[in-house]
Design a protein around this ligand. Sequence first.
Ligand code: PMV
Length: 364
Amino acid sequence: MKEQDFILKSYDATIKQGAVKWESPSNIALVKYWGKKEHQIPENPSISFTLSNCKTITKLTYTKKESRDFSFEVFFEGEKNEAFKPKIKTFFERIEEYVPFLKEYHFKIETSNTFPHSSGIASSASGMSALALCLMSIEEQLTNAVTSSVVEKSFFNKKASFLARLGSGSACRSIEGELVVWGGNKSTESSDLYGVKYEGEVHANFKDYQDTILLVDKGEKQVSSTVGHKLMFGHPFAQERFAQARNNLSELKEIFASGDLKAFIKIVESEALTLHAMMMTSMPYFILMKPNTLEIINKIWKFREETNSNVCFTLDAGANVHVLYPYNEKEAVLGFIEKELASFCQNEHYICDYIGLGANQIED
Ligand code: PMV
């Protein structure tokens, strides 16, 4: 599909008001997206596990209005929130062409996260995807009124992902589960414009895969991902990195089919460290890992060597560590985390999550 296919052409804007509600999860990339072109077009394809427990719940109430400006208010965890408004306004400006009813309504956005606000877990993926899904439900309500044909599920999901991408790139991978690919590539049916459910064969070893998120640093990131992506322009290793990501994705495809966990670990850990290596070798350079991030990585390597476990780690653009492991190792790995890793987390805090099926609409 092309960008033009997502422009909403006819709808009934005489509808006075309504409300929709969605919960949408976070996701964790296995092959990382780092570096983009204009309009949030990724330089390389990425693939992620959709999570289950870490999610954003957003209710969007819309009321017909007269003026032709954007009008919205935001409530975060029950309190009026001004800080989120500039990001949402930018999002609205970027997507207005595709959802032209935006200026015809006043929106009340009520949102909350299931994970603690200052946990260092980025809420942009779950937050932007939840908002995009709410807008798609409104689009559905406004179009159902003028045409008898229903908005097809696959179009709904693609456009929700397309809109979410314009809010925050990785948010486009949060609509569906369990594995989502985003970015054009030879080996999967995917697009630069939106994320799609990975349709290749997936071995039972990856069923119910676990992700325990170790909260090493709950503070604000010193460098935003927007700035980080920009630093890939003119980065001396950029082209090699983009080629490596493409290659890793096609290798992962075979690994998903064969269930080869040792090969999976090599790619996933290398991706995480390469992401951070790109940060350390950009100009200006920066480091988002903390001493405890490295302590944890070394402990994981030691545990794996001693026990032949299939536990591994990945990292986001931050200091927290995502500990990934198969479901059948849950008891052993959770015991290890409690005994040996929890002390490296802020207030010994970690969040147990696992691979999920994607976003859900909530009847209010
Ligand atoms: O979606 P953004 O622009 O915040 O970028 C996210 C980038 C990483 O989380 C570091 C990697 C990824 O693919 O999710």
